[in-house]
Write a protein that binds this ligand. Structure first.
Ligand SMILES: [Zn+2]
Length: 135
């Protein structure tokens, strides 16, 4: 059986939570986020793509008319840093490491977003608490 008395509190999912226990929960969440960030390794932004190329040699298999077999895959990492787009080839030996760096960057970005969200929620909570104290 649902308690309809609390409907005004849970109306919107993004409504800032209330109370000191909620502040404590948000602070704990931030602490947890920081711990997870500390466990990350190298963080590299970017997208890894596979490329297949045609070479300059005559009569190469990559130019076969019936069944062209392009060279590759070559792995290319593209990213933007300080407003500048860059791409570089990644050696097959480095693929595993680079994929790990990209994965950790994604985790970092998600955690950063969560941290910002929790910080904004905290600020809202404190502001509303001050308002309530004045009233
Ligand atoms: Zn070729």
């Amino acid at each position: 059986m649902k308690n309809h008395q609390n409907d005004d509190i849970v109306k919107t999912p993004d409504a800032p939570p209330q109370g000191a226990d909620v502040e404590e929960a948000l602070l704990l969440r931030i602490k947890g986020i920081k711990k997870k960030i500390a466990r990350l390794g190298e963080i590299r932004p970017g997208t890894l793509t596979e490329q297949y190329n045609v070479c300059g040699r005559k009569n190469c298999r990559c130019k076969d008319k019936a069944n062209p077999q392009k060279h590759g895959p070559y792995y290319q990492l593209s990213y933007t840093r300080n407003g500048k787009s860059t791409s570089e080839f990644v050696r097959e030996d480095d693929l595993k490491r680079v994929r790990g760096q990209l994965a950790d960057y994604q985790k970092f970005a998600a955690l950063k977003d969560e941290w910002v969200g929790a910080s904004i929620d905290l600020a809202k909570l404190r502001r509303e608490r001050r308002k309530a104290e004045k009233a």
